[in-house]
Design a protein around this ligand. Structure first.
Ligand code: NDP
Length: 478
């Protein structure tokens, strides 16, 4: 018996993906650097399907039907290169090496190019949904060559999450496109969580609503416009009571948020592409600030606070819901804008409707909203910005008054709402007829002769600031 796919790296994600493949009828060859994980998986779940136990990469490769498919699920970074380095000499042209970990898309581009020289396919696959998703059906974002997807796609589609019967898996684009899209997904996930946190903080600190009551509010929100996995689990976490103290669980957790790096990658990439992903950036910075515990302690003693009481509008709770919705929409709009910028930069033909469609189930940001986003990009004329799609232009317009009220209350009370407020600034920045960027250009021309364009004439100009202030035509140095 030969296996249809081999998995090397059997920690939580690899083991669960291997089980998912076996449960779906595929024969799966198993390999892990240390044999204990392979044996633990086989003894706990060996009866779930057809597995082949292997101890070495050579045995793994020998157990596979051709062209071979080898899924690498080891720790991201150097270990992936190390495993690729050991695998490649054992493979033959046409074989497919798949990296399903959270690799940086630039690494994937490099690895794809290196393996292509040896006539091997390298497929970077973004997998979202955590360990449960890996087992029961994740959202899958495969890159690599179209040819490799013809061989690999049916398997991935079979094990992927389904939204109304449709698999949350489709070919994203060449080389690192899959990992790029997964990275942006994670960036949006950071923003999604931050806006939920800002809503919680406002409801608690401005309106005095305790976590248990907020759990009810979030559950209610989960039945409407905001319906999503993250809102659902927010209700669960806020409703949880600490067994040791009887306090709300959220009160016994240290308020310093961790991060593994994919949010930061999204922001760095956004900066590289000149893409204004401010909601994602503010979310990453908010986590960083939360972790500056020493400075926060000093600041509590030394920095001046704000007003302690502000009259809240009667509609405050629903205002917060609308501010959350609008800010969330902005973070999606920014993430999608960044996908467009990346498509131009890296030559990917990204299908935004398909990308939105495969985030509808299985992944952490799964939300009803994504079905509407998919529809917004499904037609022949894609909006230049998600916020311009008629359905969203209308729903964000309806939320704007509440959004402004909420940000204004937060500012008066000194409650930080970096994503609510920066998303509103992005919205206003987009819609303003004139921006102070004109002044910025004037300053840049004065101190650095960086030149400017005029609103009323073609060409590039420079003012002789240090001389007679005459305007001259110049070479564009923008
Ligand atoms: P880990 O990232 O914890 O990696 C552990 C696995 O990597 C073990 O199988 C380990 O083997 C192997 N490994 C580490 N270094 C080497 C090496 N130099 N050579 C060979 N094997 C090595 O496992 P996870 O299952 O948590 O994650 C796997 C990938 O999936 C990561 O890229 C992660 O970012 C990504 N991911 C994880 C999610 C999650 O929820 N955990 C969600 C989505 C993606 P050994 O047992 O011998 O030590």
């Amino acid at each position: 018996m030969s296996a249809q796919i081999g998995v090397t790296g059997l920690a939580v994600m690899g083991a669960n993906l291997a089980r998912n493949l076996a449960r779906n009828g595929y024969t799966v060859a198993l390999h892990n650097r240390s044999i204990e994980k392979t044996d633990a998986l086989l003894s706990a779940h060996g009866e779930e399907g057809d597995f082949i136990r292997t101890e070495t990469l050579q045995e793994l490769v020998d157990s596979l039907e051709k062209p071979r498919r080898v899924l690498i699920m080891v720790k991201a970074g150097v270990p992936v290169d190390s495993v690729i380095g050991q695998l490649v000499p054992l493979l033959e042209p046409g074989d497919i090496v798949i990296d399903g970990g959270n690799s940086h898309f630039e690494d994937t581009r490099r690895r794809e190019a290196a393996l292509a020289e040896k006539d091997l396919h390298f497929v970077g696959v973004g997998v979202s949904g955590g360990e449960e998703g890996a087992l029961l059906g994740p959202s899958i974002m495969p890159g690599g060559s179209r040819e490799s997807y013809d061989s690999l796609g049916p398997m991935l589609e079979k094990i992927a999450a389904k939204y109304e019967g449709e698999p949350c898996c489709t070919w994203i684009g060449t080389d690192g496109a899959g990992h790029f899209v997964k990275m942006v997904h994670n960036g949006i996930e950071y923003a999604d969580m931050q806006v939920i946190g800002e809503a919680y903080d406002l409801l608690r600190s401005a309106a005095g609503i305790e976590p248990a009551e907020q759990a009810t509010i979030f559950n209610e929100w989960n039945t409407g416009q905001l319906s999503s996995f993250l809102i659902e689990i927010t209700a669960e976490v806020l409703g949880h009571v600490d067994a040791r103290t009887g306090k709300p669980f959220v009160d016994v957790v240290v308020d310093s948020a961790g991060q593994k790096g994919t949010g930061r990658w999204t922001v760095v990439s956004g900066l590289d592409l000149g893409s204004p992903v401010s909601a994602i950036a503010e979310s990453v910075f908010a986590r960083a600030l939360s972790s500056q515990r020493g400075q926060r302690e000093v600041a509590q003693e030394t920095l001046q606070g704000a007003e302690t009481a502000v009259e809240l509008p009667d509609t405050f709770v629903d205002d917060v819901r609308q501010a959350l919705y609008a800010s969330k929409l902005v973070s999606y709009a920014q993430g999608i804008d960044m996908l467009n910028a990346a498509a131009r930069e890296y030559g990917w033909d990204l299908k935004l409707d398909e990308i939105a469609s495969l985030w509808r189930a299985g992944c952490i940001i799964r939300a009803e909203l994504l079905d509407d986003i998919m529809k917004a990009y499904a037609g022949s004329e894609a909006p230049a910005n998600l916020l311009f799609a008629p359905a969203f232009a209308e729903s964000i317009a309806a939320a704007v008054p509440a959004w402004r009220r909420v940000v204004s209350v937060a500012v008066q009370l000194g409650i930080p709402v970096p994503v609510f407020s920066s998303s509103l600034a992005y919205y206003d920045g987009l819609r303003r007829k004139r921006l102070p960027a004109a002044l910025t250009q004037g300053l840049r021309d004065l101190f650095g002769a960086h030149t400017y364009h005029r609103v009323d004439a073609e060409g590039t100009f420079h003012t002789m600031w240090g001389e007679d202030r005459a305007e001259v035509e110049a070479v564009d140095t923008h």
